[in-house]
Design a protein around this ligand. Structure first.
Ligand code: C2E
Ligand code: MG
Ligand code: MG
Length: 718
């Protein structure tokens, strides 16, 4: 057989270039669209739209690359392509793209999936090419070089597999890195697709004398340019859509991330707000708001059971009002940090004493409340009360100190003590005060007789707040005389409250109230000023003398007390030695360092400090040495027993000796009888005060009393 001569074949470089551009661009868009279809598949929104649109675009791109390449095929005779096979080749290209994108949308790709996927893609690509070639109606037909055909099929397979691997790789990368990988990947892919085409073209051999019967078919430079432009436009459009979608998705993702963050922050803020609203920050216990909410719920529950109406409630609600005894001096003397520590430890002990089902809350300061819901709530409350007292009886160790505390507890029960539960806490509070009055360290159950007390106290407290500005307070003066000669030594200023409806109220009633409700400071300041003003008036109109005022322990805790005293003395031009400050023995002994400073400053000014009600507390006589006081007032109880009680005499004798040894004057208060007076004089008492000498009187009555005293002395001397 004679060797056949073939026509020489070549490719127009312009067409080759154009086909390469399309191949690269199509590959780039393929990889991009794979990502799009993938994320649309993960979030199945318009997935099929991306898949279908993507397949059409890509298919057209791949087909255009082939078609442009074929249009640039030069065999030295005019060529034309039939429309039907050309259309079929386009369909094959779209199929290849559909397979590629279908695989790209999968979650995972197994080895077999990869093999099958890339195989079928390669088949579709080959179909694109060879169907496209079939559009050339040549006579005689093409003589195929088999190795090149095989090579082209293998390259198609390789290109398919590469595109799948690359898109898997790109799945995990985002941002700039993705573009960095996607670009070279597209170059590689484009090169393989073009490689497949041109190796397949290399398989074509046209015997000499071949004629093209489809020369009137699709051909020409204009068609190539059109296909090139249109394909680039379609691919560009797809790319733009894809990028827009990616950006929108990124924005959406960012938006949902920040929404999530905002939600989280909101949640945290809500938790914090809730905690602030319902939790006591110091102890972490429920606060007053949460307590009253729980009480309301408990009352409503019991009411539903018919408890309040029938009085036969299966359940009852007991409230334990716990108030620490002697906490304030600790707080004021050792500082708030120590005080806070003590409160935290107290809270822990209380937590240990209550049951899980009980509510334990802190109202503020040193006040705690426990709620018990039970059939036998009252007895359970009393038992719990004792447990709490026991729990607090052990000293609390804080900052190397052993702090001893006790507490007073009031118990009130719903519906027994309060029919609608609204005054339950006030009832428990009243019971707690009753416990305090008995000396503290005990648990008292509410009794209706305590109720009047509470209401009265609250009304009084309101009225007391305005007493100073309404001018309802006044000072009465009780003379103190020298025991030896009966001469006036000075006066003690004693507060009186001229209540508009109730008349004169004793300081024994309203001073503790003023201390409890924090009004004592302003009242005390008024006393200081008024006593100095009175001293100044007497200086001018009657005679220079001394006036003693009583200072409350609360006043001692105010560091500006010395300054207030100094200002009052200066304002009224009174000598410090004319003023005496009486401080009860208990207050004096409770005094720790900071208050000692206050006392030292007052003493340093030249004001006389006097220990009031001495003998009523538990202070040791040895302590007297450390106090800058110059006067000691023996408690009335000693004087009362004096005339017929040898023990009282012995005690008083010892006290006087000690006081004198410490260079202190001794004042006996509450001297009512001649018998008492004579014993006191015999024992060496310096100053006497009591009804026997005079009752406390208004300032205006003093000059007259002085005149009477003078007249009496003159008569006695005669
Ligand atoms: P205190 O300082 O020990 O005052 C003496 C109290 O004994 C006064 O009672 C006085 O009226 C009363 N008293 C005097 N002589 C006799 C007597 O012979 N027999 C009897 N049975 N009582 C006598 P008052 O005025 O009711 O004062 C009671 C307490 O109130 C005072 O005790 C003092 O601790 C406090 N107080 C009075 N004024 C003030 C004040 O301005 N500020 C402060 N913080 N407390 C004051
Ligand atoms: Mg006094
Ligand atoms: Mg006294």
């Amino acid at each position: 057989m004679l060797p056949i001569d073939y026509l020489e074949t070549s490719h127009d470089p312009l067409f080759v270039g154009a086909s390469l551009v399309v191949a690269f661009f199509a590959s780039y868009v393929t990889l991009e669209l794979c990502g799009r279809v993938r994320s649309a598949a993960v979030k199945p929104r318009r997935w099929w739209l991306w898949w279908a649109g993507g397949s059409l675009t890509l298919g057209s791109g791949i087909w255009a690359m082939h078609f442009i390449g074929m249009l640039g095929f030069d065999v030295g005779l005019p060529l034309g392509y039939r429309a039907a096979p050309t259309l079929l080749s386009w369909i094959a290209a779209v199929t290849a793209a559909a397979i590629a994108l279908g695989i790209a949308s999968r979650d995972r790709l197994t080895g077999w999936g990869m093999l099958g996927g890339s195989g079928s893609m390669a088949l579709a690509i080959c179909a694109t090419h060879y169907l496209g070639m079939a559009a050339l109606d040549l006579a005689p037909g093409i003589v195929w070089r088999l190795p090149w055909v095989v090579a082209s099929a293998l390259i198609a397979w390789g290109a398919s597999a590469a595109s799948l691997v690359l898109q898997l790789l790109l799945r995990r990368t985002r941002g700039k890195l993705r573009i960095l990988i996607q670009l070279p990947a597209a170059v590689v892919m484009g090169a393989t697709i073009a490689g497949m085409h041109y190796s397949a073209m290399a398989a074509v051999q046209l015997p000499l004398g071949t004629i093209c019967r489809s020369v009137d078919g699709l051909s020409g430079y204009t068609l190539a340019v059109t296909v090139f432009t249109v394909s680039l436009m379609i691919l560009g459009g797809a790319l733009m859509l894809s990028v827009r979608d990616a950006l929108a998705r990124d924005r959406e993702a960012e938006l949902s991330r920040s929404l999530k963050r905002a939600n989280l922050e909101l949640l945290e803020a809500n938790v914090t707000l809730h905690r602030q609203a319902f939790e006591d920050p110091l102890t972490g216990l429920p606060n007053r708001a949460l307590l009253s909410d729980r009480m309301q719920h408990a009352v409503a529950r019991i009411e539903r059971q018919g408890g309040a109406v029938s009085g036969l409630a299966t359940e009852r609600l007991a409230v334990l009002f716990v108030d620490l005894d002697g906490f304030k001096p600790i707080n004021d003397s050792f500082g708030h940090e120590v005080g806070d520590d003590v409160l935290r430890q107290v809270a822990e002990r209380l937590k240990g004493a209550v049951r899980d089902s009980d509510t334990l809350a802190r109202l503020g300061g040193d006040e705690f409340v426990a709620l018990i819901e039970a059939i036998d709530a009252e007895s359970a409350a009393v038992v719990l009360g004792q447990r709490i007292i026991d729990a607090l009886s052990r000293p609390i160790r804080v900052a190397d100190l052993d702090v001893s505390l006790s507490c007073s507890i009031g118990v009130a029960v719903y519906p027994d003590h309060d029919h609608n539960g609204q005054r339950l806490l006030a009832c428990a509070d009243a019971a707690m005060y009753a416990a305090k009055r008995t000396g503290g360290g005990t648990c008292v159950t509410y009794d209706p007789s305590m109720s009047g007390d509470t209401t009265e106290q609250i009304q009084l407290q309101h009225a007391l707040r305005h007493a100073v500005e309404r001018g309802e307070l006044m000072l009465y003066y009780q003379p103190k005389v020298t025991a030896s000669d009966g001469r006036v030594h000075g006066f003690e200023a004693l507060l009186r409250w001229q209540h508009p409806e109730r008349g004169i109220i004793s300081p024994a009633v309203f001073v503790p109230l003023a201390e409890r409700f924090g009004i004592i400071g302003s009242i005390g300041n008024w006393v200081i000023d008024e006593a100095c003003a009175q001293l100044a008036r007497w200086d001018k109109q009657v005679m220079p003398c001394r006036v003693a005022i009583n200072l409350s322990p609360h006043q001692l805790r105010s560091p500006d007390l010395p300054m207030r005293i100094r200002n009052a003395l200066n304002r009224h031009n009174v000598l410090p030695a004319q003023l005496v400050c009486e401080i009860t023995e208990t207050a004096m002994m409770e005094n720790i360092q900071s208050e000692r400073n206050v006392l030292d400053q007052i003493a340093a000014m030249g004001v006389c400090l006097s220990i009031d009600d001495f003998g009523s507390g538990y202070s040791s006589l040895a302590h007297l040495r450390n106090i800058p006081a110059r006067q000691l007032k023996v408690d009335r109880s000693f004087v009362t027993d004096l005339a017929d009680n040898a023990d009282a005499q012995a005690v008083l004798d010892a006290v006087m000796r000690l006081a004198h040894a410490l260079h202190m004057e001794v004042v006996a208060e509450g001297v009512e009888t001649e018998g008492q007076r004579s014993v006191l004089v015999r024992l060496g008492c310096d100053i006497l005060q009591g009804y026997m000498i005079s009752h406390p009187m208004p300032a205006e009555a003093v000059p007259q009393w002085l005149q009477a005293l003078q007249a009496y002395s003159v008569a006695a001397a005669k």
